[in-house]
Structures are given as C-alpha cells and as structure tokens.
Design a protein around this ligand. Structure first.
Ligand code: MN
Length: 294
C-alpha cells in the first residue's frame, strides 16, 4: 500500500484551437505525451474576449469522449442530434462522441472572464463506434461533499473513499462510470482551506494526474506547478493538501488505461491509420454520424 507522488510534471504550452481560442494545453500538447486513457487537457482562461469570442464552430469527433468543465463564464453547445445545452459556471458537459458527433461550442458572452477545462478521454476499440451520447450537468447536479471542515469536494465522475480529520467517507460522482464505460474515470474538484488535507483512494491500476486550479496545492507534500499536469506515480491513494498560509484548489483525475494503439488525426482518435482514413471519408461523405453498421 503506497501513497502516490508526482512522478513527472508536464508543463502546458500556449495553443490555439477552434476558430482561434487561446488556451494552454498540457496533456496532448506533444504527440505521444498523454496519459492513457487521457488524451488531452486544455485550460482556457481569459478576461479578454478576443481570446475566446470566436469559439469552436461546428467540428466532428470520433472514437473518444470530451468533458468540458466550466469555472467562469458561459458556453453553448449544439450538435447534429439536435441537442442544445448551456454550460454555466460549475457545470459539466460530458459528451461521448463514439461513432461520430458534429457539434459547436460557442461562448455565450461578449465580455468578462471565461475559464474552464476540456478533457479528452479515449475509448477502447470495442466502444469507439458506439452510438454518441451527451449529458449536460448543471452546477447543482454535481454532488458536493464536505467530509471535514475546510475540505470541499465536487464529485463530477467516479466513486471512491476518502479520509479527512480521521473520518472516512464514500463519495459518488454525478457520472457513475463503472457500469457505463470501461475506463471508469474519476474526476474530482477538491477545494482546501489553508493547512487542510485529504487522503483519497485511487485504484492501483489506474493512471492519475492532478492539476492546480487555484493557489499552490500539494500532492504528498510537494507543490504542483502552475499550469502543469502533475502525473502521479504508482500507489493506491493520494494525499492532497493546501499550504499553511493560503487555500488551494486542485483537479484530481484517474482512469483505467486502455493499452491499445492510439492513432490520432485532429478530432478523430482510433486504433489504426485505416480507421482514421475511414473517419475522414465518412466525414467528407456526410456519413460520420450515421447510425449504421456499428
Ligand atoms: Mn468539440
């Protein structure tokens, strides 16, 4: 039984995506530098509308899931299935592209701060061509736990146990993934008052990382670098804490690795080059999203 520590700090680099949204990309910024099954993590954060106003006009995805977590500001999602959803501060959109989704993600504001994260989680071969699915979680749909004074956890996905102040608690996220998808992701937003800490169980076989949201959160007593994904080493639990003089907030993510070849071309993530070529043909022919032969 070991405690997980930061094994590698993966700095983010400035990037631009969609129609020119400026963001910082840690996981996925360089080819091959991801953490199976996490393909990509983008953080967008700006008070300047020029950095985000162009948004992400209609574009396709196939073969994986996208998770958007809004902290500040509002975005609107529309897809080919006729879904429209608004993402408010604290809300989450969990989209399983599966065989294919064509959607847009556009800011619903002309000024003010826009901050949030987009995470890409891969799907195994057996689930890549499943029918697409989409869930909007309003801020109040995300269970919040306060296992001890000064420890507040928003459980977006997964289930686990934790300990704080000598007390044990089980927590269950809004997306209970164990039965729905084999990657079984855990996604927690952990806010800690100055000097507080929490110990969270993580399945030993899952890959995990942490990302600082506010302040300087610590993993096993070591500070997370700002704007970087702290990839965690092996173990069955992790201790997150805030320094003695200020609060801290941290995202904790863990999931079961898929251990299959990853071939990515932009918004398509498959196992082979032939499948990528097929995705491009399907997109060109307008059949990317057809619910046939799946
Ligand atoms: Mn998208």
């Amino acid at each position: 039984m070991t405690e997980r520590r930061i094994r590698f700090s993966l700095d983010s680099i400035p990037a631009s995506d969609g129609a020119g949204v400026r963001l910082r990309r840690s996981l996925g910024a360089r080819r091959g530098l991801h953490l199976d099954p996490f393909l990509m993590l983008d953080e967008f954060s700006s008070d300047d509308p020029d950095d985000y106003i162009a948004g992400f006009p209609p574009h396709p995805h196939r073969g994986f899931e996208t998770v958007t977590y809004m902290l500040d500001g509002r975005m609107e999602h529309k897809d080919h299935m006729g879904n429209t959803g608004r993402l408010d501060p604290g809300g989450v959109q969990w989209m399983t592209a599966g065989r294919g989704v064509i959607h847009s993600e556009m800011p619903r504001q002309r000024e003010g701060r826009l901050r949030g994260f987009q995470l890409w989680i891969n799907l195994p071969a057996a689930e890549k061509m499943r029918p697409p699915a989409y869930r909007d979680l309003a801020p109040q749909d995300i269970p919040e736990f306060e296992p001890a004074n000064g420890v507040r956890i928003r459980a977006i996905a997964g289930a686990t146990s934790l300990r704080a102040d000598g007390r044990s608690d089980d927590i269950l996220g809004a997306i209970n993934t164990g039965h729905e998808r084999s990657t079984d992701p855990l996604l927690l937003d952990v806010a800690l008052a100055a000097g507080r800490s929490v110990e969270i169980d993580l399945p030993p076989g899952h890959n995990a990382f942490a990302y600082a949201v506010d302040g300087t959160p610590q993993v096993a007593g070591e500070a997370l670098s700002a704007n970087a994904a702290g990839l965690l080493g092996p173990g069955d639990r992790v201790v997150l804490s805030a320094p003695d003089d200020e609060p801290a907030r941290v995202l904790l993510l863990a999931a079961k690795p898929i251990e299959e070849p990853v071939v990515q071309y932009g918004p398509f993530v498959m196992n082979t080059r032939e499948e990528i070529e097929q995705a491009m043909i399907d997109y060109r022919n307008g059949t990317l999203t057809d619910a046939t032969d799946a």
